[in-house]
Design a protein around this ligand. Sequence first.
Ligand code: F6R
Length: 248
Amino acid sequence: MRIIEAKDYADMSKKASEIISAKVLLTPNCVLGLATGSTPIGTYEHLVKKYQSGDLDFSNVRSINLDEYKGLSGDHDQSYRYFMDTHFFNHVNIDKANTFVPNGLAKDSDTACAEYNALIESFHGADLQLLGIGGNGHIGFNEPSDEFKKGVHCVKLAESTIKANARFFESEEDVPKYAYTMGIGNIMSAKTILLLASGTAKAQAVYDSFFGAITPKVQGSILQLHPDVIVIADQDALSIAKEKGVLV
Ligand code: F6R
């Protein structure tokens, strides 16, 4: 695991965009595993700028997103499909038919999970999986648990996740209670993982995930077993690791 220290959110975003750009340049038909949330917004902004200045071509890129709220349609402004369209896909030359996000309105959850799982397997996992991390250490929507779930599944969101995401909705009651998410096996099948973390609210999760025991109580800790993980964390997100002296 490589941990790259960034000064702040802006620096983290720029560095992350450089790594994703390199992947797209080297492998124009790569499969990008993508994340939503506040953390990657700056990264997507840089990628859009690089495309607009003619430095990147997404025409052969395929993408698979980590997760989607159950019950939200793709045109709901808090759905992750809408997030991806408005922050990234609408502004670059990726073919929307090659962008995949779980269908929040699927009639049958089990079938929807099995189909999304089969899709990820047909791609042999992502070439590069972008991840954020929850304050509770979740990756995708794999919440603290007694087990690591392998495949795509429907999950009941943790209270802390609902509270954390309430900032995007009119009220906490409006936050969907369930979501579809890639499982830990799907995430671990990515060839390279790029995890971003910014701010003191992530400092404990960063410390526990990368310097603590490997446990499903902190789902991000499984990444210690992946052969190619790059963490870009800003100084605030690394503050506890530094206090504890595990990072110089
Ligand atoms: C998003 C996702 C989540 C977020 C995490 C952090 O697709 O899977 O795991 O990465 O909740 O969210 P932010 O970036 O909003 O702090």
